[in-house]
Design a protein around this ligand. Structure first.
Ligand code: HEC
Length: 153
């Protein structure tokens, strides 16, 4: 018998004997035991709670917790200001962040800027004039300026 044949015979013998489908008493005992324990565990398991589906908006904070938009930001968004200004980019007029960095947030600057928004004017940022907003109330212009001045870094 060659070595090759010897191993082939060995493998065949193995398959026919215990290493094949034939299981030992020991294996069968533990398999049964395992199946029984799974069955008991299943039977004792509390009924699974109905899966709670996370709402699609889970990542978003509920409206009440969301940081309120600054009233000045909302007034600006509803006005013509956006045509010439953005928060962080110079358009026709200066970026609000640049304005905020130029002026310290104090009453004097606040009053000056409220006046400028209402009356318009030129010469501070360039020769292009800021148009007047005569219909804007002091209160609304004040909220806008408060918001603009809050954008400093
Ligand atoms: C037609 C374009 C235009 C519109 C509309 C406009 N602005 Fe301006 N704004 C300018 C320009 C140009 C300047 C720069 C003026 C200057 O150099 O003195 C300016 C300057 C400003 C400044 C800085 C003023 C200073 O003296 O430093 C503030 C604050 C401002 N605008 C707020 C507003 C607000 C708030 C609105 C809306 C109610 C608005 N702007 C609408 C063009 C505009």
């Amino acid at each position: 018998m060659t070595t090759k044949h010897f191993f082939a015979a060995l493998a065949l013998g193995c398959i026919l004997a215990s290493c094949g489908t034939e299981k030992s008493e020991y294996d069968r005992y533990y398999e049964q035991d395992y199946r029984d324990s799974v069955a008991t565990a299943k039977a004792n398991e509390p009924a699974p709670a109905p899966a709670v589906k996370a709402p699609a908006t889970a990542a978003r904070k509920p409206a009440a917790e969301q940081p309120k938009q600054h009233p000045g930001a909302m007034l600006i968004a509803g006005s013509d200001c956006t045509a010439c200004h953005s928060n962080n980019q110079k358009l026709v007029g200066p970026a609000y962040m640049d304005v905020a960095n130029k002026y310290e947030d104090n009453d004097k600057n606040r009053n000056y800027l409220v006046g400028k928004v209402k009356e318009g004017g030129a010469g501070v940022w360039g020769q292009v004039p800021m148009p007047a907003h005569p219909n804007l109330s002091n209160a609304d212009a004040g909220k806008m300026v408060d918001y603009i001045l809050s954008l400093n870094d």
